[in-house]
Design a protein around this ligand. Structure first.
Ligand code: UT7
Length: 337
């Protein structure tokens, strides 16, 4: 019997309407459009403004987009995984609320958090469930309302992050398309350099913490940058080498959109031409768990069945890795004009 492989068979996405531009940030913190553009590649990011609406709002919209585009019957979904670093609440998963709201009434569901690597690691989990033969349809959603943990007085973080969500459906494939190999790692000694410290079980939020903005995300950018460049590139190259893939075998690099310079460095180490590097950081900034599915959504029309895609990510924890996936479908354009 041939091995069941796990393929992505559909994509959906959602970003909120409100656009926070570099020029707007110039009025909020000591920064400028030129610095942000040259140091990060970001021009604007989306922010979810509605009070009382959390990450599930984004996740539901992305899932509904996928469901509408593919006419998927949500009652056939077996599992809903929500990859997120900003769950709606500390208890009661974002995934269970999302699953119910989209009508996935026969699914079980839970959240996964590995900071900016959440979606990459989620791909591994979703694929493993499919490969086991126990489940047939797994909806993996990457969603983050980063604006809920960002201090808009801290120029080290507020220029980078944005809100958004993307969803993919994993299904069994008998043509050996889908996830081929993965190299995933974590190193807890790096957690001091990128964290939202207070409000978890170690350190509670006090009035003093609130006054000092300790409930927001903190990043020591330079250290994270150095580690991101070396680890993301190492992981991507390792995946190429151990699968005997050359740069000519690869059609696309889908790398976590944290900083254009990190993505460029990874592509350079892989010897990949710019035309093979998916990029949308200029529009959305770093949406944490949503960057990879937002790339797939933006590039879906250009992807062809059999394309070799290398996914790569690096994030808090530290957490990082790379995945080789063979794309499973060519989207046929319907030209109604
Ligand atoms: O997604 C999870 C993983 N996260 C990442 O991968 C992010 C990794 N880090 C980065 O992307 C970059 O480190 C940042 C974009 C956060 C910062 O860029 P950088 O090139 O590492 O800047 P830096 O912190 O080394 O600062 C360089 C200079 C400093 O001035 P001096 O000391 O050279 O005079 C900073 O004070 O730029 C200054 N600076 C700014 N200037 C204008 C720092 N932030 C800003 C700012 N606007 N927002």
């Amino acid at each position: 019997m041939s091995k069941i492989s796990a393929a992505i068979t559909a994509v959906g996405a959602y970003v909120p309407e409100f656009v926070l531009t570099n020029v707007m940030l110039e009025k909020m913190v000591d920064t400028n459009d030129e610095w942000i553009t040259t140091r990060t590649g970001i021009k604007e990011r989306r922010i979810l403004k509605a009070e009382g609406k959390g990450t599930s709002f984004l996740a539901i919209k992305a899932a509904q987009d996928l469901i509408q585009k593919t006419n998927l019957d949500p009652t056939t979904i077996d599992l809903v995984l929500v990859a997120t670093a900003t769950p709606d609440m500390k208890a009661a998963s974002t995934a269970s609320y999302t699953a119910t709201q989209i009508g996935a009434t026969n699914a079980f569901s839970y959240d996964m958090d590995a900071a900016c690597s959440s979606f990459l690691f989620g791909m591994s989990s979703a694929a493993s469930y499919i490969e086991s033969g126990r489940y047939k349809k797994i909806l993996l959603i990457g969603a983050d309302k980063m604006s809920s943990i960002i201090n808009y007085k801290d120029r080290a973080t507020c220029i980078i992050f944005g809100d958004g969500a993307g969803a993919v459906l994993f299904e069994p494939n008998d043509e050996n398309l889908g996830l081929q190999d993965e190299y995933l790692r974590t190193d807890g000694s790096g957690r001091e350099f990128l964290q939202a410290t207070y409000g978890g079980s170690s350190y509670s939020i006090t009035h003093e913490v609130l006054d000092n903005g300790g409930h927001y995300a903190f990043q020591e950018g330079r250290t994270v940058f150095k580690n991101a460049v070396s680890n993301m590139a190492d992981a991507a190259v390792k995946i190429l080498e151990r699968n005997n893939l050359t740069k000519d075998d690869i059609q696309w690099l889908a790398a976590h959109q944290a900083n254009k310079r990190i993505i460029d460095a990874t592509a350079q180490r892989m010897n990949l031409e710019d035309s093979k590097v998916m990029m949308n950081i200029e529009k959305y900034g770093n949406t944490t768990s949503a960057t990879l599915p937002l790339l797939l959504n933006d590039y879906e029309d250009q992807l062809k069945k059999g394309d070799n895609i290398i996914f790569a990510a690096f994030g808090g924890g530290f957490s990082w890795g790379a995945i080789h996936l063979k794309w499973a479908y060519t989207k046929h354009k319907t030209n109604l004009n």
